[in-house]
Design a protein around this ligand. Structure first.
Ligand SMILES: *Cc1c(COP(=O)(O)O)cnc(C)c1O
Length: 426
């Protein structure tokens, strides 16, 4: 089924069922064609994948291990729980798999400048890291409001040598940053690559990002067989745009006995309307935006809804077209987890295993913890821990109402204020 998905001879190139495509201004057709050609050539060259694996193993801890969670398994009393440790990657999440892959492709294309947009800032940090390592010019577009909320990530992007552009149009968030980035690309495509951060956007991005992220699933399939002597019964991954889920699922698509479960952000609950569960919430409908067709959370006029999640990386209106298609074909089941369930699952995982999953990844843990007790101790389930949770200290400490943390932040703020007063700058 994996190959089958990309066998475009059977259908329109870049479409997965009714989803996907490349809905971009005509001026970008040529540069997308150039990217398609470079990607097709690279993926048919066995040396390219070997070079990619080599880079990831010397720069980013690959292969990442699989951890058996015996305490959590005992507490929940059902299937044996295994965790794929994408949190151990450089920069703390799976995002580096995609950007390093695109960086190597840029080298083949001879492009020296990379641009990207970022919402929460994680993809911006990963891209700036890749650019520093490969010696590329880097510009990151970010909504002004997101910059204000995500100062630590902006700080690191700048330290890494990237120019961070504050986008002041519209809602000053991700959507506007995407538009600004596309405008830049239209003017700069001869020397510039747009490093898209997830399995969304126009063809060939969904295919290309899934290809690089498939390193997760390829490793995991082999590791599970080695560690347990068989394949897992179920694989759980959180779904924002869908790249970490596509990556781990890629290893198991052809194993029809393995259930694949994508977990979306249930936010404050589906009925509240404040969530990002495009598929599991049953409220998303097919539409075209941001260069591709998929299930979007939109109103009857096609205006995009506001989404909400405690996890910034899942707070997005669309979902990868390949996953949308795999849902329609019944290959991937979609579930959601609410902010409250996610924080509970995070607390349980930290206390019982000493793992600190990102809030995004904790969605996969929440769904797995809900279902594990119904399975037999002979079954193994695999959770993709897409990233580490240290980055979420501001959100998690707030969600847990930690008083000492509040005092710490207030103390810092007060110290800055009094120093500024002394300098006469306040
Ligand atoms: C960005 C991010 C996600 C969401 O992106 P996907 O493309 O859906 O994988 C999930 N987990 C972590 C840790 C992230 O940083």
């Amino acid at each position: 089924m994996y190959q089958d998905l990309f066998d475009f001879r059977q259908g329109r190139e870049g479409y997965y069922g009714q989803f996907g495509g490349a809905y971009v201004p005509e001026i970008l057709h040529e540069t997308l064609a150039e990217l398609r050609a470079a990607f097709d050539e690279a993926r048919h060259d066995p040396k390219f994948w070997r070079q990619y694996v080599e880079v990831m193993s010397t720069y980013s801890c690959r292969p990442t291990p699989i951890t058996y969670c015996d305490n959590l398994t005992r507490l929940l009393g059902g299937a044996k729980i295994f965790v794929k440790r994408e949190d151990l990657n450089h920069t703390g999440a799976h995002k580096v798999n995609n950007v390093m892959g695109q960086g190597l492709l840029m080298r083949r294309m001879g492009k020296k400048r990379v641009i990207a947009e970022t919402g929460a800032g994680q993809h911006g940090v990963a891209t700036a890291t890749m650019a520093a390592r490969l010696g590329l010019d880097c510009r990151i577009y970010m909504g002004e409001d997101d910059i204000a909320r995500q100062r630590p990530n902006v700080f690191w992007m700048e330290q890494l040598g990237a120019e961070v552009i504050a986008v002041t149009d519209g809602t000053r968030t991700l959507k506007d940053a995407i538009n600004a980035c596309l405008r830049d690309w239209v003017e700069s495509m001869s020397n510039t690559h747009y490093a898209l951060g997830t399995v969304c956007g126009p063809h060939p991005f969904p295919h290309m990002v899934m290809y690089f992220q498939s390193i997760i699933g390829r490793e995991a399939r082999e590791q599970m067989q080695k560690q347990t002597g068989k394949l897992p019964k179920r694989v759980y991954a959180c779904v924002g745009g869908g790249s970490n889920a596509s990556g781990i699922f890629a290893g198991f698509l052809e194993d029809s006995e393995v259930d694949l479960v994508g977990v979306e952000a249930g936010g404050l609950g589906i009925s509240s309307g404040k969530h990002a569960a495009r598929i599991a919430g049953g409220q998303g409908c097919p539409g075209v935006a941001q260069g591709y067709k998929t299930y979007f959370l939109q109103d009857k006029e096609g205006l995009m809804n506001d989404t909400h999640s405690v996890a910034a990386g899942l707070d997005y209106i669309g979902v990868g077209p390949i996953l949308a298609h795999l849902h329609d074909r019944g290959r991937v089941r979609f579930e959601s987890a609410t902010d409250t369930e996610v924080v509970e699952a995070l607390k349980l995982t930290i206390r019982s295993e000493g793992l600190i999953p990102a809030l995004e990844s904790s969605h996969a843990f929440a769904a797995a913890c809900r279902e594990a007790p119904q399975l037999s101790p002979d079954d193994a389930i695999l959770i993709n821990q897409s990233g580490r949770g240290d980055k979420d200290i501001f959100t998690v400490a707030d969600a847990l109402g930690d008083e000492r943390w509040k005092e710490f932040i207030q103390g810092k703020a007060a110290a800055y204020e009094s120093a500024a007063r002394k300098r006469g700058t306040l």
